[in-house]
Each structure stands twice: as C-alpha cells, then as structure tokens.
Design a protein around this ligand. Structure first.
Ligand code: SF4
Ligand code: SF4
Length: 358
C-alpha cells in the first residue's frame, strides 16, 4: 500500500492532535481560513506522499538555514519529516556515494512524480566547472533531475534571479533556474528572498505537497499570497513616510523616533515580499523594525542596483497602491519616482511650515 503524508508523520512520532494543529496553522499561514484545515487534513490522510529532491548549486545555504528555523516547532518537525526522507545533502543523514545513489533511486522510483527544490543556481561558464558535486558539474545533476520531475521550486533569490553570484560581471555565468538553456520545460514557482522567510517556505511547500498544484502565481512566477504587496504597503513606518518624517542619518533624532528610512536607502517602495506582514523570527521583527532600510533582497538584480544606502530616485508617479501584476517591470522606476516626489513635497511643506507659510 502506498504511504500517505499522514502515515509518514505518525511514523515520525507526530500525534494526531499535533497533526490537526499543523493543518490549522498551515491554513492560517496560507490565508485560507479555518475552513481549509479539514481539507488539508483530508488531503494529507489520503494522498500518497510526494517525494522532494532538494538540490544545492551556487549558494550560501541561507535558504536551508531559514527553512529549518521556521519558528513554529510543529511546522518544522512536520515539514522535515515530510521531506527529509528523500534527498537534501545539507540535512540528510547519508553522505558521499550513498547520498548520490539516493538521487538516482528517487528519480527512477518516482519518475515524473517528485518535486525538485532548487537552492542556488548553476554556473554555465567553463562547462559548469565552478560548481562540482560528486565529481560532476551541478548543471548535469540539475538537468537530469529536472528531466524527470513533476515541478520545480526555485528557492531564494539565487535560484529565482541569480543573486550575488550573478552580479556584474558574473564571471561564472551563474544563471537562475528558469533561464538555464536545455532545462526540461517544467512548471516553476519562484520563492525569492535572501533568504525567503521560513514561514513562507514552509507554507509554500506544504501547499504544493498537499494540493499537488502551485498556489496562484503572479506574472513573474511568485506565489501571490506572499509576494503581491510591497514592503512599503504594510510597513508600520508608513505613517511617517506619509507625514514626510524621515531619518536623514542613522544616528539622528529621526532614527531614534522611528521615522521612515526612505532617505537612507529603503527599497521597501519597490520590493515585493511579506516581511512587513509575516515578519521574521516567528513574527518578532523585520529589518526595518530593527532600524535598517530594506535593500530589496527579493527583487531581481538587487546587487546591481547601486548602494543599499542610495535612495530611490527619478521618476513620476502613479498610484502608490498598485500591485505587482498591474505595474510589472516598470514598478521599481515609477514607484521610486512617486516616493521621491512625495518626499520632496513633504520636505517643502515642512520647510514652509517652519517658515510660517502655512
Ligand atoms: S520607505 Fe521603507 S521605512 Fe519608509 S514606509 Fe516605506 S518601507 Fe517603511
Ligand atoms: S526587508 Fe527587504 S531586504 Fe530585508 S529581508 Fe525583507 S525584502 Fe529582504
């Protein structure tokens, strides 16, 4: 008889009570509401377990580090019990030839039915020699695994966009997964961020494994439930932005008062991610809450967009409330302009106010 997710969890020592709690937590994390918890439970009790091959190319392992630190221990235990049965060379017990044999076994046994989770990307220059795994270029391993998989998850900004190893001049020609020439044309979901938020990762993989489909994606292939709004849209410092109250230097009075970080380089107005809603470390905080500007780590090419501390400039605005699908590739430019214009107008108003014009 084929093993279900529920069977696996029980075998790993997870009680039925914990399992049901996990289903409720997952439904909440996905924004699906409490009525979805029984559907998740039913799917996990009846669907055969879907294997996951988690491969690592050029990367720093921050996605895995984020993932295994998912704040809710239950979610972490359940997810790890679901995926660690297959291949992830960072967390699996096997090593060396034994580990490599597991990849071949999984591909053969679950041909066309496993999820390929990619952390990092392959370098294409010099026949892929800048990333060698088990004596062969990672590119070969990736292509073989992609040929036989059901779908691909591009974890983090490396797999989704290229990240620091693809920054100019990109000497190894590090290439994001969806741009790798000759890769089998499989559905790809991007979960960008450097790293992505742990709860976003666990929610996305649970959704895929439970419902055997991707959640709704935006035009760039990101799950809308986590990437449809900018950091700026839900930032708790937004009232200071709207009031024209800005930090001018990191140790000034505005910084101490928690003013908006736009003028010290915040890329929140052009960055689509869930940091200002889901936050980090179990919802404890996020970079802006700690007093540092967002540097747009989940956006394509963020390393090549100048200093993290340069403010967004140049443009003429449209509605600050637009979403990713509506504004697409022009978002960064136009919203940055709106932000710049807004900051300028606010400054003029403040100057006038001080001068007694109003
Ligand atoms: S510019 Fe940055 S700090 Fe200011 S409101 Fe927007 S996201 Fe928050
Ligand atoms: S606040 Fe910005 S830079 Fe920081 S993790 Fe979120 S998206 Fe990345």
């Amino acid at each position: 008889m084929t093993e279900t997710f529920y069977d696996v969890m029980r075998r790993q020592g997870i009680t039925r009570r914990s399992f049901l709690k996990f289903c409720s937590l997952t439904a909440a994390a996905l924004g699906l509401g409490p009525s979805f918890a029984p559907k998740i439970a039913e799917a996990m009790e009846n669907k055969p377990r879907i294997p996951v091959l988690w491969l690592h190319g050029l990367e720093c392992t921050c996605c895995s580090e984020s993932f295994i630190r998912s704040a809710h221990p239950l979610a972490k235990d359940v997810i790890l019990s679901m995926i660690s049965l297959d291949y992830d060379d960072t967390i699996m017990a096997a090593a060396g030839h034994q580990a490599e044999a597991i990849i071949d076994e999984t591909i053969e046994k679950y041909d066309g039915n496993y999820i390929l989770a990619c952390e990092g990307n392959p370098p294409l220059n010099q026949d892929g020699m800048s990333c060698i795994i088990a004596g062969k270029p990672y590119l070969e391993q990736l292509k073989k695994a992609a040929d036989h998989c059901k779908a691909i998850i591009s974890w983090g900004s490396c797999a989704s966009w290229g990240c620091v190893q693809a920054a100019r001049p990109n000497p190894t020609q590090a290439t994001p997964i969806h741009k790798v020439p000759g890769l089998a044309p499989k559905p790809i979901i991007k979960v960008p961020g450097c790293p992505p938020i742990a709860e976003v990762m666990t929610a996305v993989i649970t959704y895929i494994l439970t419902f055997e489909r991707f959640p709704e994606l935006d035009r760039q292939g990101r799950p809308k439930m986590f990437y449809s709004q900018r950091i700026h849209d839900k930032c708790y410092r937004r009232p200071h932005f709207d009031a024209g109250q800005f930090v001018e230097a990191f140790d000034d009075e505005g910084a101490r008062k928690g003013y908006c970080l736009y003028k010290v380089g915040c890329k929140g107005p052009t960055t689509y991610n869930a940091c200002s809603t889901v936050r980090w470390n179990g919802g404890l905080s996020f970079p802006i809450q700690s007093g540092h500007p967002c540097f747009g780590c989940s956006e394509d090419g963020f390393w090549d967009k100048g200093s993290f501390y340069d403010r967004l400039t140049d443009i003429h605005g449209f509605g600050i409330e637009a979403n990713a699908d509506k504004i697409g590739g022009t978002a960064a430019v136009v919203v940055g302009a709106a932000a710049a214009a807004h900051a300028g107008i606010s400054a003029i108003k403040r100057a006038r106010y001080k001068g007694g014009d109003e």
